[in-house]
Design a protein around this ligand. Structure first.
Ligand SMILES: NC(=O)c1ccc[n+]([C@@H]2O[C@H](COP(=O)([O-])OP(=O)(O)OC[C@H]3O[C@@H](n4cnc5c(N)ncnc54)[C@H](OP(=O)(O)O)[C@@H]3O)[C@@H](O)[C@H]2O)c1
Length: 283
């Protein structure tokens, strides 16, 4: 199986690019190699690499960036998602589309949202709206889709920088800033290489449809930051505990992923594994 990863310089794209499995060859392209907003470049990349599967890990994945430039956020997160889906459909390629827990409204009961539940967050910020619309677009335009939802990714980006929330923590540590982290917003979380491994397993098992790929357990931004500080011994600036007006739950149920033979380890194990594997772990 030949897998083409678009957005390979990102946290998740890089992890999928580095992942290995028997019978699987992975090729990765960064934005310089394939801009996902260009239908021509996407079609050419799929054809040139003879891809059986195209993983679209390209996105504007950060709330602040999306709020600062909503038009670009929609173009990359929705328009380009549709472009990749249409190219995959035309070229007989399986599409892996990456989405997240942000597609669900966050104020409901603390049960995990299920894989069969459609996105419903059209009233959140730009990123939430874009990710919800993108899910619908790729499911409408491509018949061979593995749609994965993940949450609060952490890990090391290609090049060595920390990605996700730990990246934010590390930048604050370096700058000596006080971190204000919410402690009543409960979320699933995932180590990017664990997501990549589970994704390859699902593909090798021929799975299609919606799957939730997260490490077992839940956390809050405050708890995760605090734990990170304990594990790395980093001595940052203060971490200030804050509370959102309403308690939020962004938990993903992953029973279907486990039943499909791709169980993911617990969050604490994943955090420890990451810090062991990251040779630059200590700020
Ligand atoms: N991070 C999280 O906590 C989280 C949680 C849930 C779901 N997700 C989803 O997971 C996916 C990957 O997120 P991530 O955290 O890995 O994001 P990331 O590290 O920011 O990576 C996104 C990648 O997309 C690339 N990109 C942006 N515009 C592009 C374009 N026009 N053409 C080609 N590549 C482009 C970026 O390249 P440049 O740097 O060159 O622009 C970057 O390498 C996204 O769909 C995101 O919504 C993430």
């Amino acid at each position: 199986m030949r897998i083409l990863v678009l957005g390979a310089s990102g946290l998740l794209g890089g992890a999928v690019h580095r992942a290995t499995a028997p019978g699987v060859q992975v090729v990765g392209l960064t934005r310089a190699g394939c801009d996902v907003t260009s239908a021509h470049q996407v079609a050419r990349a799929i054809e040139r690499h003879g891809a059986d599967v195209v993983v679209n890990a390209a996105a504007l994945a950060d709330n602040a960036t999306c709020n600062a430039d909503p038009a670009r956020a929609m173009a990359v997160n929705v328009g380009a998602a549709r472009t990749v889906a249409r190219a995959a459909q035309r070229q007989g390629t399986t599409l892996v589309h990456v989405s997240g827990n942000i597609v669900f409204t966050a104020t409901e009961a603390p049960v995990g949202r299920r894989e069969f539940e459609p996105a419903d967050n059209h009233h959140g910020g730009i990123l939430a709206q874009a990710k919800a619309e993108a899910e619908q677009a790729v499911l409408d335009d491509c018949t061979r889709v593995l749609l994965i939802r993940t949450a609060c990714l952490f890990g090391t980006r290609p090049g060595g920088a920390w990605g996700g929330l730990p990246g934010r923590v590390r930048r604050a540590v370096t700058a000596g800033e006080t971190l204000r982290m919410v402690n009543n917003s409960f979320t699933s979380a995932a180590y990017a290489p664990d997501v990549a491994d589970a994704l390859l397993t699902l593909l090798r098992h021929g799975q299609r449809g919606i799957f939730h790929l997260v490490n077992e357990g839940s956390t809050t931004p405050y708890t995760l930051t605090h734990r990170l500080r304990e594990l790395t011994g980093a001595h940052p600036a203060q971490i200030e505990e804050t509370f959102a007006e309403h308690t939020e739950y962004r938990l993903l149920a992953d029973d279907k992923t486990t039943a499909a033979g791709a169980p993911m380890r617990g969050l604490e194990d994943a955090l420890r594994a990451w810090l062991r594997e990251d040779q630059h772990a200590r700020p």
